[in-house]
Design a protein around this ligand. Structure first.
Ligand code: PEP
Ligand code: CO
Length: 471
């Protein structure tokens, strides 16, 4: 997010906007809510969207094009994309410590990956707008003033509020503007931190790897971690020896933002033409993605996202057939533009070996340019006997390893990973070297939505991923 506006007056020879597409054409394919929630006050919704449409953009087209160039490199195996952050960002959590911790863990993971994969890594946060959540059920039952009632589910702070009251759960258009404002504050702080250099990150003593020593690990794995953290520390010390200037340059970080483009009112309101470039840009984020629940080929989300110039991600679950996938690719990237399309496979550890290879084979056989990314989180949700939503570190790791193997066999490239994680010491996923057990889950479970990897689990996963890919 640090480069400058284009100085050339580069212009495409033709407008890349697809035929019959406008930022509002998705409205002909349903109300954009996938039948999940409804705004009772449509006049207030129009007012909120009109306000959003006149506010400054959160990101710029040149940043978006720069990310597209990074993704194109990753498609050729020259770069790796690390995407991660909360399942659901909340407005209440727009606080400096939580933002800094998220940046730190992504940066540290990326340094592990740069070192292990020997290639540049681009960091994409699930932040500054990850406020809208699809739910498996549009309503839920709960206790309100002593009686059991049914209310809309909580769809994230962009749409309604988590508290179980009729007022809180009513979709509120004002939250679109509040979400935008908090995304802007988050981004403002991130941009300042990055400009300031985040300087002490490359000091080895900053890295808290002590939990590896205390953990209950096999001697082999312990030795492996010790070796990796030693070589990493050497690498960081080496960078340090290059001098302050070089360190600044070599760690000069590009961070990009992403979120699920669930709420099309929000996305469309900030979708604009920009000077000296053709086409339309969704300026709420660099990289919007389409969720597993809203990627129906005739649905409003595919209609909206086929028309914008941003790179677009789409979640690909285990029931996707090769034909389904080709249809999505043809719609979202008909001209096979490099850097444009990310397929985020989220199969689950039990299904990935059956579901992923036919898709990899087909896309390769058709010669289509995509970035394959692995989301080893969303196919691996489990519930404990006590009814707590969690994920097992071992399942996440095994899905990643199986994904790496599947790409190796298919001769395709795994170009990125997508994690739900936080820089805090939460206890939401079980397992990992620091040993979060089922009984620890209640200790610090803070996610309003899916369980996230904590700081230690995230860092450990980066080590293990680097090992699996480097093998
Ligand atoms: C998510 O990424 O938080 C999510 C809801 O994922 P999916 O659409 O893959 O279920
Ligand atoms: Co999630």
């Amino acid at each position: 997010m640090t480069d400058r506006p284009p100085t050339d007056s580069r212009s495409l020879t033709h407008d890349p906007t697809p035929e019959n597409w406008t930022p509002q054409s998705w409205r002909t394919r349903g109300d954009g809510t996938a039948g999940q929630y409804a705004y009772p006050d449509l006049a207030a919704l129009d007012r909120a969207c009109a306000r959003l449409a006149e506010l400054p953009p959160l990101v710029t087209s040149w940043e978006i094009e720069r990310l597209k160039a990074h993704i194109a490199q990753a498609q050729r195996g020259r770069r790796f994309i690390l995407q991660g952050g909360d399942c659901a960002e909340t407005i209440a959590d727009c606080r400096p410590a939580s933002i800094t911790n998220k940046l730190k863990i992504l940066l540290q993971m990326s340094l592990v990956l740069i070192h292990g994969l020997r290639m540049p890594v681009t960091r994409v946060g699930r932040f500054a707008g990850q406020y809208a959540k699809p739910r498996s059920s549009p309503t839920e039952q709960g206790d309100y003033n002593g009686s059991t009632i049914e209310l809309p589910s909580y769809f994230g702070d962009l749409i309604n509020r988590a508290e179980f009251t009729p007022a809180a759960r009513t979709p509120d258009p004002d939250l679109l503007v509040q979400g935008y404002q908090h995304a802007a504050m988050t981004l403002n702080f991130i941009r300042s931190l990055l400009d300031g250099g985040f300087a002490d990150l490359h000091h080895p003593e900053y890295w808290d790897l002590s939990f590896f020593h205390n953990a209950d690990l096999s001697p082999k794995r312990k030795a492996q971690y010790e070796h990796m953290s030693r070589t990493l520390a050497d690498g960081l010390a080496f960078m340090e020896n290059l001098g302050e200037q070089k360190v600044e340059e070599s760690t000069r970080v590009d961070f990009f933002t992403s979120h699920e483009g669930l709420n099309l009112h929000y996305e469309a309101a900030q979708t604009r033409r920009v000077p000296r470039r053709d086409g339309w840009y969704d300026l709420t984020t660099h990289l919007p993605w389409i969720g597993e629940r809203t990627r129906q080929p005739d649905g409003p989300h595919i209609e909206f996202f086929r028309g914008i110039r941003n790179p677009v991600g789409v979640k690909v679950g285990p029931n996707t057939t090769p034909d389904d996938l080709m249809r999505l690719i043809d719609t979202l990237n008909p001209h096979d533009e490099p850097g444009k399309l990310i397929l985020i496979a989220r199969m689950g550890v039990a299904k990935v070996q059956g579901s992923l290879p036919p898709l990899l084979d087909r896309v390769r056989a058709e010669g289509r340019t995509v970035l394959w990314m692995s989301d080893p989180m969303h196919g691996n949700g489990i519930k404990t006997a006590a009814g707590i939503k969690t994920r097992s570190f071992d399942d996440i790791l095994l899905e990643l390893e199986r994904t790496v193997d599947a790409h190796r066999e298919a001769g395709t490239i795994l170009g990125g990973v997508h994690f739900e994680l936080t820089g805090e010491d939460v206890t939401e996923c079980i397992g990992g070297a620091a040993g979060v057990g089922e009984h620890d889950l209640t200790r610090n479970y803070a996610s309003p939505c899916d369980p996230r990897l904590n700081y230690q689990q995230s860092l450990e996963l980066a080590f293990l991923l680097a090992g699996a890919m480097g093998r």
